[in-house]
Design a protein around this ligand. Structure first.
Ligand code: PHE
Length: 340
């Protein structure tokens, strides 16, 4: 048996081990050299047949060969496994214990919220919800509502004119007449919607805002009914303890006319810029439907009585959510909107 064979095996094994890239190929190399019927085992087979002292010398070399291959395989396996687990760590870098990002959910606009709440209060009292056009004629917006032609009260509404006789509605009251033209009493309706006025803006005035109109018509509807319905609505929307007051008010389409103020929630009634230092915020106009309005709608005023009211929706939202500036509703500022 020649001793150079041992050297050759050693070199070949070293090369094979160097080239091995996976744990399984390393295992295969182990079996090929050190397995029961492997290359090294075969040499041990020859060893048995050798005479002394060659035999002990060769035995020593074979043992060394075996050890050196084992050592190299162990080292290489450590390298491969290290790499493997490093790779694995890279792939499985997801830390499942970290709380995930919250999906951005939409928010309900505070005006939508208060419209829904106010609607619910009235629907609970038997009112149905109607709508009307934002682009109106002077007839429906003014004339049919008993505004005299060329009367300064038309100017007071700071109307946006689109063309002669065509305007952006300045209030939701024209829907009263539009509805009465098509329906017979008795009925009770509410009409939420957007209105427009060409005014200077400040913390309580915007050029566009929302109103919620109401109209109840029947044989013997009285001012007491108006009072009862509106007080109940205010309690339902703002709570039973809400502080509010009634005032006489003038609107050409009602007689008598009234207004309701709610105690300013921003200053608690002491006076601030939101309530113009009065301690009160005007939230609605109302009154008994004027006979001329019934006439304009084709009703005989002798047969019917009714009351009408118009809430300033933005004002309601300002009071309920303690918002000191009406302009916040129309800025689309996420820092504001995401609070609701
Ligand atoms: N339309 C009136 C306004 O815009 C409010 C109102 C409605 C008053 C109905 C009386 C009756 O100020």
């Amino acid at each position: 048996m020649d001793f150079s064979k041992v050297e050759k095996i050693k070199e070949q094994a070293a090369r094979d081990i160097l080239e091995a890239k996976t744990t399984s190929s390393l295992k295969e190399i182990f079996n090929r050299y050190l397995g029961k019927k492997g290359i090294v085992a075969k040499q041990f087979f020859y060893l048995k047949k050798m005479p002394q002292p060659k035999r002990s010398e060769f035995g020593k070399q074979l043992n060394e060969l075996k050890k050196s291959i084992e050592k190299r395989i162990k080292e290489k396996s450590r390298i491969i496994e290290g790499k493997d687990s490093r790779e694995k760590r890279k792939i499985h870098k997801i830390d499942v214990s970290i709380p995930s990002k919250k999906p951005q959910l939409g928010h309900i606009h505070p005006l939508t919220k208060i419209i829904r709440e106010t609607q619910d209060a009235f629907v609970g009292m038997g009112f149905s919800v109607e709508e009307g056009p934002e682009i109106e004629t002077e007839h429906y917006n003014f004339s049919s509502l008993n505004f005299p032609v060329d009367h300064p009260s038309r100017d007071a509404h700071d109307t946006f004119y689109l063309k002669k006789d065509t305007i952006l509605r300045t209030h939701t009251s024209p829907v009263q007449v539009r509805y009465m033209e098509k329906h017979n009493p008795p009925f009770r309706i509410i009409v939420p919607g957007r209105v427009f006025r060409h005014e200077a803006t400040d913390s309580s005035h915007e050029i566009q805002f929302y109103q919620l109109e109401g109209l109840m018509v029947g044989k013997d509807i009285s001012l007491a009914n108006l009072k009862g319905v509106l007080e109940e609505a205010i309690k339902r929307v703002f709570g039973k303890k809400t502080v509010f007051r009634w005032r006489p008010g003038y609107f050409p389409f009602v007689e008598p006319g009234v207004e309701i103020d709610i105690a300013c929630p921003i200053c608690g009634g002491k006076g601030c810029s939101t309530c113009k230092n009065t301690g009160w915020i005007e939230v609605l106009g109302a009154g008994m439907v004027h006979p001329n309005v019934f006439k304009a709608a084709g009703y005989n005023p002798k047969n019917w009585q009714g009351f009408a009211f118009g809430f300033g929706i933005d004002r309601l939202a300002m009071i309920k959510y303690r918002i000191s500036d009406i302009r916040m509703f129309y800025l689309s500022d996420m820092r504001f909107l995401s609070q609701f």
